[in-house]
Design a protein around this ligand. Structure first.
Ligand SMILES: *Cc1c(COP(=O)(O)O)cnc(C)c1O
Length: 459
């Protein structure tokens, strides 16, 4: 499979390039030149596969130039052997919807599902090509933990994670800072997530620095994360509906990575009716679906912090797609966004978006009341991100089956869950040690040079 950039369709890239670079040299995002399509007969052949077997088949479609089937099969098996459930994910009935629990990995959020595979892919690719790299990543809480867990103790790589000091939950922080491993470095900045992200982008843009340290990125624009996330859309479809029935997914959305994987699943032939973009009060995507104008506003802090994002980086991939893969047009729109602070989609592009997507947002009060209602009526504790996705479904009427993506374990956000239900959600037994173990992290000032020096001294 060949890859191109959303800002230049002429030059092609291999999976290895796409994996290691994360961002295209022209600043665009990598996408496949052609997305593979399953016929309905081929789809039915996948129906009864185990999660791991299905993951092997789907992931291989996107990286067979780099890996053979046996390698991917082993890699998938290794990635998921420590998950707390047999088939990686769990599907539960919750009233009229189906809850797809994606949080049974080592750091209790859906990001583990892709990140564990990526950790193993790194090891293989670095070994084959005799490379060493340094991962630098900013986190609003969950990405950093998942990445550290996936990369800790691996050969040929180190990881540096920037998090906003005091702006993530205690459990989120401890998942990162209690990892005692020589190749893991945590940096707390007296700042917010957007600024952490900006520092990482500046380091990538500093070509001398990024070359010198062999910098690599695992944030949600990395195409391989999307690929691995496609799998659970297929898996849950087979488990929830019969042949020829349609399905809808409600997805708690921040950077537009998880839901975009659902869109690729649809383009691969999965009969998805609508993908619901569920957001908290950072509702840029809802406003875009309603008006065609994509305009970031100031970030608001909410009880669902992993979605406190205004610039949904992966949205560029959808723009490219609905502009009929016209990279000049995409580049122009992204330049508009940079220069004027907004971009405007044409009617026909907006129409295409509305064919696949709808969107709802929830206020803080609404999110909390969903947590409360679900506990009162169903006796189940849910985390605030999942609550946003359930609340969005309640605001929209859709035909057919609905699957809600449950993206984090309630114990990761125990304060708000306890406030609403008076029950303290417990961490899984084998993870409780993080609460008492010694933390290790460095507080650094908001100064690019100082951060770069800190990294240079440790590689
Ligand atoms: C990262 C995250 C999201 C948002 O996912 P995106 O791919 O950024 O849209 C939602 N819920 C939780 C718990 C997360 O950690």
């Amino acid at each position: 499979m060949e890859y191109i950039s959303t800002r230049n369709t002429q030059k092609t890239f291999s999976f290895k390039d796409v994996f290691l670079k994360a961002l295209a040299p022209d600043g665009g995002l990598f996408v496949p030149k052609k997305i593979p399509l399953y016929t309905s007969q081929e789809l039915e052949k996948l129906r009864n596969l185990s999660y791991n077997a299905l993951a092997t088949k789907i992931i291989l479609k996107f990286c067979s130039d780099e890996f053979n089937e046996i390698e991917i099969k082993d890699l998938v098996k290794n990635s998921y052997k420590n998950f707390r459930v047999n088939d990686v994910v769990v599907i539960k009935k919750l009233g009229k919807v189906n809850l797809l629990e994606l949080f049974h990995g080592p750091t209790l959020a859906f990001k583990d599902i892709a990140m564990q595979v990526i950790g193993n892919m790194y090891e293989k690719i670095l070994e084959k090509n005799n490379l060493k790299i340094n991962v630098v990543v900013a986190t609003s809480g969950d990405t950093g933990a998942a990445a550290i867990n996936a990369i800790r103790d691996r050969k040929n790589m180190k990881i540096f994670v920037l998090h906003p000091d005091n702006k993530i939950s205690e459990v989120q922080r401890k998942f990162m800072t209690t990892v005692n491993s020589d190749n893991v470095f945590n940096i707390a900045l007296a700042s917010n997530f957007d600024e952490c992200q900006k520092f990482v982008k500046s380091m990538f843009a500093d070509k001398d620095f990024s070359k010198l340290i062999n910098m690599s990125g695992v944030n949600s624009i990395n195409w391989s994360r999307i690929v691995v996330q496609i799998v659970y859309y297929f898996f849950s479809y087979f488990k929830v509906v019969n042949e020829d029935e349609k399905i809808n997914f409600s997805v708690p959305t921040g950077n537009f990575g998880d839901i975009y994987a659902g869109y690729i699943a649809k383009k691969m032939g999965l009969p998805i009716n609508k993908l619901i973009i569920a957001t908290n009060s950072n509702d840029i995507l809802k406003r875009t679906v309603n008006t065609g104008i994509y305009k970031p506003l100031k970030v608001e802090h909410t009880v669902s912090p992993s979605m406190d994002i205004q610039v949904a980086s992966n949205f560029e991939r959808l723009i490219f797609d609905v502009c009929s893969c016209n990279s000049n047009k995409t580049l122009k729109l992204m330049n508009d966004l940079n220069k004027q602070g907004e971009l405007k989609l044409e009617k026909k592009e907006l129409k295409k978006i509305r064919e696949s997507f709808c969107s709802e947002s929830l206020s803080e009060e609404e999110t909390k009341s969903v947590i409360n209602d679900v506990y009162k009526n169903q006796g189940m504790l849910i985390d605030p991100h999942t609550a946003v996705a359930i609340g969005a479904v309640n605001k929209i009427s859709l035909e057919g089956n609905i699957v809600v993506l449950a993206t984090a374990h309630p114990s990761k956000f125990s304060d708000v869950v306890m406030e609403e239900t008076s029950i303290k959600p417990e961490l899984p037994e084998n993870l409780k040690n993080i609460l008492v173990e010694k933390e290790k992290y460095e507080k650094l000032p908001k100064d690019l040079k100082k951060i770069q020096n800190y990294i240079m001294e440790r590689i």
